[in-house]
Design a protein around this ligand. Structure first.
Ligand code: 13P
Ligand code: SF4
Length: 325
């Protein structure tokens, strides 16, 4: 059985190891002239090393503005791919190539192509959570920050296909009043938030305001005081006079929120499956670690490659969104 002194020694050794790793990453960043972009769902230690932390839209914009030689994207594959589409001449790295996304996986390019062939004469709006190949088949891309604005920018007489998130699509339909043909995809993390457990939590904290990401199913959105992207939730919690909030999205955002409003109470919405934190965690986002960041900067891989025949039409659809501002 380990003594208190043993445990203390192990904690000190782990702390020293982490400090060395952080130093190594910072040195490699300088040597490579690299910028580190991190999504709010990354672990706190990854977020702390980032030059920019943001939602999908802010990170796509940061990638677009970047002048660094290397972009180390701490997020999931479609995000790093977006950075590469916008920066074909730069090296874009993803610490772990297995960091995928259930939404992107729900729309395989060949199946999506057949679906579009069956429904011609539609404007194709794709949520940024999709592969480069699906972006290349789309007319315009949107994120959870601008989906309503993007759909509103399409002339009312046009018919619209919205892919791949059916919950975000249904939410945009409700807000804009536009009928759209919805692809049947979901985010496995946001549909794993338990409405029953959430209602119980709300009844125990009647003072708490509910913020929900539009990837959540409608019964959750219907209860929410604020529906929006990760970045908009972060703004809401700072602007709103309330002192207590329930956060219905991936738990990584809590790190940044707690820093922004340390005096407020933030409660993660409970997931169906009981896990360590009883909250919602994206298993793909959490694949990125400090060790993998160090290895990626040292070895310049795993590198994201997008072939020009896919990249060029995908960039066109992305630029249409970015041009909306
Ligand atoms: P936003 O950061 O754009 O809100 O998206 C959340 C998400 O699920 C990204 O995978
Ligand atoms: Fe994809 Fe959902 Fe994970 Fe976001 S939280 S990366 S939408 S699986």
């Amino acid at each position: 059985m380990s003594t208190m002194t043993d445990r203390l020694e192990r904690t000190r050794a782990a702390h020293k190891y982490r400090m060395l790793l952080v130093e190594e990453i910072q040195l490699l960043k300088e040597q490579r002239n690299a910028v580190v972009l991190a999504h709010y769902y990354q672990t706190p230690e990854v977020q702390e090393l980032a030059d920019h932390i943001g939602d999908s839209l802010a990170l796509a914009q940061a990638a677009d503005r970047s002048t660094a030689d290397v972009i180390l994207f701490c997020g999931v594959h479609f995000m790093a791919e977006t950075a590469k589409i916008l920066n074909p001449d730069r090296t874009v790295l993803l610490p772990d190539l297995n960091a995928g996304c259930s939404l992107a996986d729900s729309a395989p390019a060949e199946v999506f192509a057949r679906f579009l062939a069956m429904h011609p004469d539609h404007v194709v709006v794709s949520y940024i959570n999709c592969s480069a190949a699906v972006k290349a088949m789309s007319d315009i891309i949107c994120t959870s920050s601008n989906a309503v604005r993007v759909v509103n920018s399409i002339p009312p007489e046009e018919r619209i296909i919205f892919a791949p998130d059916k919950h975000l699509g249904a939410y945009v339909q409700r807000v804009t009043g536009r009928r759209m043909l919805l692809w049947d995809g979901v985010c496995e993390v946001h549909v794993n938030i338990s409405t029953d457990k959430l209602k119980l939590l709300m009844s125990r904290h009647p003072e708490a305001k509910l913020m929900a990401h539009p990837e959540c199913p409608e019964p959750i959105l219907a209860e929410a005081d604020h529906v929006g992207s990760t970045a908009s939730m972060l703004q809401f919690v700072q602007r709103d006079p309330g002192m207590s909030f329930i956060v219905a999205t991936e738990a990584g955002i809590l790190h940044n929120m707690r820093k922004a409003v340390p005096h407020k109470t933030l409660l993660p919405a409970p997931a169906f499956a009981d896990n360590q934190c009883a909250c919602s965690e994206c298993p793909y986002m959490k694949l990125n670690t400090l060790e993998k960041m160090r290895d990626a900067l040292r070895d310049l891989r795993p590198e994201i490659i997008v072939h020009e025949h896919v990249r060029i039409p995908a960039e066109r659809a992305l630029r249409r969104m970015l041009d909306l501002g």
